[in-house]
Design a protein around this ligand. Structure first.
Ligand SMILES: Nc1ncnc2c1ncn2[C@@H]1O[C@H](COP(=O)(O)OP(=O)(O)OP(=O)(O)O)[C@@H](O)[C@H]1O
Ligand SMILES: [Mg+2]
Length: 516
C-alpha cells in the first residue's frame, strides 16, 4: 500500500491544493478541517506524514502537534508545519522542532516547496527542520488579521444576499458557496468544495454550465449573457463575474439567481395578455355582429314604415307591413334583452335571487311548456329522472332560462320525427342534467365556439332558423356563475348532447352564508 498523508487545515483551498500536490507525489491523502477531526483520524489510523496548519479555530495546530508528539502510536510521524502566518512566530515555530516548515504561497511555488520538504525528509536532511521554505511569501500576522476581517465582512455580505454565489478558483473548482447557493442547489457544503464548478448541479446540467463557463472565459468576461435553466422545481439564472478583473488566475464568481417567481409571473402576464388580446378580438367581432344583427330587423321596420307613411296602400298590405314591423321589433327587443341579460349576469348582479328549490320541478315545467311546440313538429321529448327532488340553491328563473334555451335549440335543430331525451341524476357532489337530441349535430370545428356570444353555425344555403346566437353564452354564464359546468358533444347528422352540472347546494361563487 502507498504512503498515507494527513492534511490538517481549516482553509479548504489549501487542503485541496495540498491534496493534489501530495497525490501527485504518490500519497493517499486524508483531510481534516479542524484539530478535533485531525485527532480523531490520528487515533483511528496513524498516517505516514502529517501536514499541519497552526492557526485553526477550535483546537489549533499547536495542540495537535503536541498530541502527535506525545503519543507512542504517533510520536514517530513526521510533521510538516504549513502556515500563512509564521513571520512573527518564526522563532517559536522553529522551536517546535517540526520536521519541515512550508509557508503558504501561490500554487507553483507552494508545490515546489512541498516537494523540497518531502525530499529533505526522505534524505534525512536535518536542516529541513530549521528553515521555513517560502518564508519570503509569508504575510505578517497583523496583515492576516486585517485580511481576515475583510474576508469576514465579505462572507457576511455573501451570507446575507439572496443571490447564490460560488467562488471558483483558477482551475474552475469550487472554493466556497454561500448559504443562498446551498439552498438553491440543495446540497451540503462539503459536497461542493473542490468539485469542478460545472458539476454544481446535476449531470444533465453539466453541458449547460460548461457552456456558461466557456462563454465567460472565452468572451470579454462580461456577465451580460445570463443563462436561464430549469433545476428541480426552480428556474435559475446564471451569470459569472471575475473576482479580480484582469487576473484570471484569481478565479471567478458564479452567481445564481432564483427567478422561479419571476418566470411564473411572466407566464401569468403573457397568459393574461393573450386573454386580453382574445377579448379585444372578440369585442370587435361582437361589435360587427351586433351592428349587423341590429341592422337587419331595423331595416325591415324602417322599410315597412316608409311604405306605410308615403304610399297609399290597401288594408291587406298595410296589415302585412305592420306584421313585418312587429315581428322585427320583437326580434330586436329579444336581442336587446339578451344582451342586457348577459351584461347583468356577467356583472354578477343576480346573486341575491338564490333560493333552494327542486331543479327537477323546473325541468318538468319547461318540458311541459314546450310540449305543444314539440308535438307540432313531430318531436318526442322524454325525461329520465329519479323520483325524489333534486335540490339546488340557485336563481330558479335563470336555471329555467337555461333549460328553455337548451330545449329550444334541440327543437330548432332536430328535424320532424326526431326525439329529445332529457335526463337528470344526483351524483356525489353535483346534479347532472343532459339534453340529447337526434338532430343535425354540430360540426367539430364549431363545437368550441357555440358558447361564444352571437356565434351561430352557418346554415346550409336556403334554410333559416331563428336566433341571435346569444342563448348558449347566457347558459354558460349562468351555469358557471352557479359553480357548475356546461359542455357539448355532437356528431353531425346524429345529434347533440348538452351536459350541465350544478353543485348540489349552492356551492360555487356566491353561496349564501350558512345560517346561524
Ligand atoms: N341542439 C343543437 N343542435 C345543433 N346545433 C346547435 C344546437 N344547439 C346550438 N346549436 C348551434 O349553436 C348555435 C348557438 O346557439 P345559441 O343558443 O347560442 O343561439 P341561437 O339558438 O342561434 O340563438 P338564441 O338562443 O340567441 O335565440 C346555434 O345557432 C346552432 O348553430
Ligand atoms: Mg338558442
Amino acid at each position: 500500500m502507498g504512503k498515507r498523508a494527513l492534511v490538517v487545515d481549516n482553509d479548504r483551498l489549501c487542503v485541496e491544493m495540498l491534496g493534489d500536490i501530495l497525490r501527485r507525489e504518490g500519497y493517499t491523502v486524508s483531510k481534516a478541517f479542524d484539530g478535533m477531526e485531525a485527532m480523531e483520524m490520528l487515533q483511528r489510523e496513524p498516517p505516514d506524514i502529517v501536514f499541519l496548519d497552526l492557526v485553526m479555530p477550535k483546537i489549533d495546530g499547536d495542540r495537535v502537534f503536541h498530541y502527535i508528539r506525545s503519543h507512542p502510536r504517533t510520536c514517530h510521524i513526521p510533521i510538516v508545519i504549513v502556515s500563512g502566518t509564521l513571520v512573527e512566530d518564526a522563532r517559536d515555530a522553529l522551536d517546535m522542532k517540526a520536521d519541515g516548515y512550508v509557508a503558504k504561497s501561490r500554487r507553483e511555488q507552494f508545490e515546489q516547496n512541498i516537494v523540497t520538504a518531502l525530499r529533505r525528509l526522505r534524505m534525512g536532511e536535518a536542516e529541513g527542520g530549521r528553515e521555513i521554505l517560502g518564508l519570503e511569501n509569508l504575510v505578517p500576522r497583523h496583515k492576516v488579521k486585517e485580511l481576515l476581517a475583510v474576508r469576514r465582512f465579505s462572507q457576511t455580505v455573501l451570507r446575507t444576499i439572496v443571490e447564490g454565489v460560488v467562488e471558483v478558483d483558477g482551475l474552475r473548482r469550487v472554493l466556497f458557496a454561500n448559504r443562498a447557493c446551498l439552498e438553491m442547489v440543495g446540497r451540503p457544503e462539503l459536497d461542493l468544495i473542490g468539485i469542478p464548478v460545472t458539476d454544481l448541479l446535476t449531470a444533465e446540467h453539466r453541458g449547460t454550465l460548461e457552456a456558461v463557463v466557456a462563454a465567460f472565459l472565452g468572451g470579454s468576461g462580461a456577465s451580460r449573457d445570463a443563462v436561464t435553466l430549469q433545476y428541480r422545481d426552480r428556474v435559475l439564472r446564471i451569470t459569472c463575474a471575475w473576482i479580480s478583473p484582469g487576473d484570471a488566475a484569481q478565479g471567478f464568481f458564479m452567481i445564481l439567481r432564483d427567478v422561479t417567481d419571476l418566470t411564473r409571473k411572466i407566464d401569468e402576464l403573457s397568459a393574461l395578455n393573450a386573454r386580453l388580446q382574445a377579448m379585444d378580438r372578440m369585442r370587435s367581432e361582437l361589435l360587427t355582429m351586433i351592428s349587423h344583427d341590429l341592422h337587419t330587423p331595423l331595416t325591415a321596420i324602417k322599410g315597412s314604415l316608409e311604405v306605410l307613411l308615403y304610399e297609399a296602400v290597401g288594408a291587406e298590405l298595410r296589415r302585412e307591413l305592420l306584421g313585418i314591423a312587429q315581428k322585427n321589433a320583437d326580434r330586436l327587443f329579444r336581442m336587446v334583452s339578451d344582451i342586457l341579460d348577459l351584461a347583468r349576469i356577467e356583472a354578477g348582479r343576480f346573486q341575491d335571487r338564490r333560493e333552494t328549490f327542486d331543479v327537477l320541478t323546473t325541468l318538468r315545467g319547461t318540458i311541459d311548456r314546450l310540449h305543444q311546440m314539440a308535438q307540432d313538429r313531430g318531436i318526442v321529448i322524454s325525461l329520465t329522472a329519479p323520483r325524489g327532488p333534486l335540490t339546488v340553491s340557485a336563481d330558479s328563473l335563470r336555471i329555467e332560462q337555461v333549460f328553455t334555451n337548451l330545449l329550444g335549440n334541440a327543437l330548432k335543430f332536430t328535424p320532424r320525427g326526431g326525439r329529445i331525451d332529457v335526463t337528470a341524476e344526483e351524483r356525489e357532489a353535483d346534479i347532472l342534467m343532459t339534453v340529447a337530441d337526434s338532430g343535425v349535430g354540430i360540426p367539430p370545428e364549431h363545437l368550441d365556439r357555440v358558447f361564444d356570444r352571437f356565434y351561430r353555425v352557418p346554415l346550409p344555403a336556403g334554410s333559416t332558423v331563428e336566433g341571435t346566437g346569444l342563448g348558449l353564452s347566457i347558459c354558460k354564464a349562468v351555469i358557471e356563475e352557479h359553480g357548475g359546468r356546461i359542455r357539448v358533444e355532437s356528431q353531425v347528422g346524429r345529434g347533440s348532447t348538452f351536459f350541465v352540472t350544478l353543485p348540489k347546494r349552492g356551492a360555487g361563487a356566491a353561496a349564501p352564508p350558512a345560517a346561524g
